[in-house]
Design a protein. Structure first.
Lengths: 171, 740
């Protein structure tokens, strides 16, 4: 136990002993990262690769703002150990607009002015794009099921619902 | 443009102030801008409330706090005094300039104003702050006047160049046009001439019927980057060489750090340093994962201090006791005692509202680089000058050596009117070599918020034989936020927030004999602060619940009862009638369903809401629909007004149905979204917003949607179940026993 007054600042450089080189496929490109295997994908994206479009909100898969696609499925990256997505196709908000569904969703979001502060919208858009890829014409119950895991404090839910429906229409 | 350059621009404005030719009563100054072009320096009001203050201001020396630059390229730049946190201010404020200046909205770009308390103070109490639903209200006249002045001078400059009568020329889409000859000159070609012209004595603002932009749903300027991951919030800041830190403060309010065993944390890969503060420990690491693991691996001893046994029950007991005492009189109309004595019926009720956390979706984050000769801070703040001041205090550096780079705010809701986190981040950064980004976990956010106060209110009314109120007595006990946040505003035992909607302005009803009292009772240990809807969120719930109780006692329909009391308030009556009509008020509903109504005049806007709810046998409340009618005066951007009402309703609904911060053993019992429940997509009602066309000055729109919601909801629950909710959040167990 270090007493408060005696505590000296302690520093050390990472020695890399407990880390491994992992190859990840993110947005169609392979990249190598040297991180602990149990590190959640969220922090690999944000703090190691500098891809900050994917957001941190709760760290316990309760708010959905960290949602990315792994092999097309929406997952909460804040609890997904990076080793579990090795060899899989990871897609983030930075590239979802390159898919026709993702582009439709982004356009609908802007057409209907869904966004307020915008912090949760990466997660909302990733959830909506995954929903529409699997269920091109969702009903309200489908939308509830796909979107209830992602919280918006600005309260943009009515517009999110309307924008998902709009994104199903041919532009 | 970076901050240094912005400061340079500001400095030019300062220099213009010393120009001896300037009239003391001038509100606007036009000068040549650095690097060519035109600079308009002008004054945004420092208060939106007091006419006396406005008079005093006119007599002041010219001290501009807003700046518009028009470049030789014709581009218009506003040094933007308000911060964007989702409310659309980055669009609605430029609309005011673009309208009068006759330029496309997309030709107006924004630069965030640097911290400068004196210069940029624009809100209610001379503080550089964005909040209180004040931005458009404060900017409405001066920004249009600045735009109109520039337009008038650009037309004059063109007329002079062509040697024609200015009245034969007009401005359109960034050009001045002489219609008869077809000659045109772009603004950029005129700015250097304009800088030499005197400011015209009289400038005509456009008539509302000539508006082409104000009143249209112009597209938001900040949203395209918010759908593709490019928008940068505070938490997204990346500085070369930056480390990541996360922190744990003493879980007991007011407690101190006693000691730390960091042996296990040392062995975690990626951990660099453990930093000790008086009341917190931070772990500095390569990334958040290592920092979080490092923090979890620490064995921390806390000195829990005086609040170690504090509980919600004790705080509520203190408020109950406080409520027995007479309070400071905030409003006294007529003779309440006499009217009460002569009343045919007396109604009394107690209401309680809980502590609430803000839970912005973006957790607090602040990046700091402390050097010997200066400090850079990247943060999302509603109070930039205070942010800068706390950095100066912690570092000992002079203000001018501190650069605050404001970022987009991932939600504000009042939380970012505080700088506690910035203070802490700088205390940590002082002990770290190089830049460090401090990120709070959600647990830290929920347990170390500055909370919406707990309020306890007692209402008494006397009704006449016809059931109408002849006496109205309201006593409120709770915290004064201003007394801590801005002490000069707390005067004679009152502040301007705590009774907004109860005393000043009062409820919109005819209440001839009225007494409103405030008993200040601060909770021990628990910091309290502004929360979306501030005072009115509390007062409108109490007033509108109680009016509903009076209607019930009078055996009258809640809408009819209110309407009968709104004869002297036609705008309030109009929103009530509009909401009731659109909601189908009076049409039959199946068992277990009900409609409730609320009416308010707060933040300068009139709002009425009708909520429709369904309550099942388990006491689960589903809000199926909310109809909202708004008269916020002239509407700048109708879609933004609607969006703010929708968002405000959802925010109010989450709180009224689910939210409550409770304290046990001096610590907050909730920690994350698993136990501090939020409203989700499947629980969100359909919302319809109707705007009343009005030529009145603009009112606020960021918060009224929230304050109107809770009473509409609980009045609807009463209509559905016969159970009156007097304590928030709604207790579903209580509703299980309700007769359905």
């Amino acid at each position: 136990m270090i007493a408060r007054d005696e505590a000296s600042v302690w520093r050390r450089q990472p020695d890399g002993e407990e880390t491994d080189m992992l190859t990840l496929n993110i947005n169609g490109k392979d990249c190598e990262v040297n991180v602990p295997e149990d590190m959640p994908l969220l922090w690999v994206l944000r703090d190691v690769l500098g891809m900050t479009g994917t957001k941190f909100g709760c760290g316990i898969a309760q708010c959905g703002v960290c949602t990315v696609h792994v092999d097309g499925q929406p997952i909460r990256s804040c609890i997904m150990p990076v080793v579990a997505v090795r060899g899989k196709k990871i897609m983030t908000i930075e590239a979802v607009g390159q898919t026709p569904t993702g582009a439709n969703v982004q356009k609908a979001w802007l057409d209907l002015e869904v966004v307020q502060c915008g912090y949760c919208q990466s997660g909302q858009i990733m959830c909506a794009a995954a929903l529409l890829a699997a269920t091109p014409h969702p009903n309200d119950a489908d939308i509830d099921a796909a979107m209830a895991g992602t919280i918006c404090r600005c309260g943009t839910y009515t517009r999110i619902r309307a924008a998902i429906k709009r994104a199903t229409q041919p532009s | 443009m970076d901050l240094d350059q912005q400061l340079n621009v500001v400095k030019i404005g300062t220099e213009s102030v010393s120009d001896g030719s300037l009239s003391r009563r001038t509100f606007l100054k036009v000068t040549a801008a650095a690097g060519g072009g035109l600079l308009l320096s002008f004054i945004l009001p420092r208060t939106i409330w007091s006419k006396e203050a406005a008079g005093a201001r006119a007599a002041d020396m010219f001290a501009p706090n807003a700046f518009i630059r028009i470049g030789r390229d014709g581009l218009v730049t506003l040094i933007m005094p308000y911060v964007e946190m989702g409310q659309g201010t980055y669009t609605s404020i430029p609309m005011l300039i673009a309208e009068e200046l006759e330029v496309d909205l997309t030709h107006v770009t924004l630069e965030a104003a640097p911290p400068d308390e004196r210069r940029y103070a624009n809100s209610i109490f001379q503080i550089q702050a964005t909040g209180g639903s004040t931005s458009v209200r404060a900017a409405w006249e001066p920004l249009r006047l600045a735009g109109a002045t520039a337009r008038t001078m650009l037309v004059s400059a063109a007329a002079q160049t062509w040697k024609v009568d200015p009245t034969a020329c007009h401005a359109e889409k960034g050009e001045v046009i002489h219609a008869t000859s077809g000659r045109r000159l772009k603004y950029g070609a005129l700015v250097d001439t304009v800088a030499k012209l005197p400011i015209p004595d009289h400038v005509a603002l456009k008539a509302p019927e000539d508006f082409t932009l104000i009143g249209t749903s112009a597209k938001r300027l900040d949203t395209p980057d918010k759908v593709n991951g490019k928008a940068q919030f505070s938490i997204d800041v990346m500085i070369p060489g930056m480390k990541i830190a996360t922190v744990a403060a003493c879980p007991v309010f007011g407690g101190r750090l006693a000691g730390v065993d960091d042996g296990k944390a040392k062995r975690i890969s990626g951990v660099h340093q453990v930093v000790l503060l008086d009341n917190a420990v931070a772990v500095i690491a390569d990334h958040m994962w290592a920092a979080k693991q490092g923090l979890a691996a620490l064995d921390i001893q806390w000195d829990e201090g005086l609040n170690a046994t504090l509980s919600s029950a004790e705080i509520i007991r203190q408020l109950e006791t406080a409520l027995l005492k007479p309070g400071v009189i905030a409003r006294k109309d007529g003779d309440v005692a006499k009217a009460m004595a002569g009343a045919a019926m007396k109604i009394e009720a107690l209401y309680q509202m809980p502590f609430l956390a803000h839970a912005t979706m973006e957790p607090w984050s602040c990046t700091v680089h402390v050097r010997k000769d200066g400090c850079d801070v990247w943060v999302g703040s509603q109070v930039l000058a205070r942010a800068q001041a706390t950095v100066a205090e912690v570092t000992g550096l002079p203000l001018e050596k501190i650069l605050v780079h404001n970022q987009l705010l991932g939600g504000g809701f009042g939380r970012r009117l505080e700088v506690d986190f910035i203070t802490q981040a700088v205390q940590i950064a002082k002990q770290v070599d190089g830049p460090v980004k401090v990120v709070w976990t959600r647990e830290e956010d929920i347990q170390h918020d500055i909370y919406r106060p707990y309020y306890y209110d007692r209402m008494v009314a006397g009704l006449d034989k016809g059931g109408m109120p002849v006496a109205w007595s309201h006593r409120s006990a709770g915290s004064s936020i201003y007394a801590r946040w801005h002490p000069p505003a707390f005067k004679d035992g009152l502040d301007p927030d705590v009774l907004e909607g109860a005393a000043e302005p009062p409820p919109p009803y005819a209440l001839p004999n009225m007494l409103v009292e405030y008993v200040r009772q601060e909770p021990p240990g628990i910091p309290t602060g502004f929360w979306r809807g501030v005072g009115p969120t509390h007062n409108v719930f109490v007033v509108e619940s109680f009016i509903d109780e009076l209607a019930t006692a009078a055996k009258k329909d809640p809408v009819e009862y209110r309407r009968a009391l709104l004869g002297a308030s036609p705008r309030a009556k109009a929103v009530l009638e509009l909401a009731a009509e659109k909601a189908g008020w009076g049409q039959p509903l199946p068992a277990g369903r009900g409609r409730g109504v609320s009416v308010q005049f707060v933040f300068g806007s009139y709002v009425a809401q009708v909520a429709e709810v369904q309550v099942d046998k388990n006491g689960e409340v589903r809000v199926t629909r909310v109809v909202c009618a708004v008269d916020c005066g002239v509407v700048v951007n109708p879609d933004t007004v609607k969006a703010q009402m929708e968002g405000g309703i959802m925010f109010g609904l989450a709180a009224a149905l689910f939210s409550e911060i409770t304290v046990k053993n001096g610590r907050v019992e909730q920690s994350n979204f698993n136990d501090y429940r939020m409203l989700r997509m499947n629980e969100a009602p359909a919302i319809e917003v109707y705007l009343v066309k009005s030529g009145e000055a603009p009112g606020g729109i960021g918060e009224p949607g929230t304050s109107a919601l809770a009473p509409a909801l609980t009045n609807a629950i009463f209509a559905a179940t016969g159970t009156r909710i007097r304590k928030l959040p709604v207790n579903r167990v209580e509703l299980r026993s309700a007769k359905l």
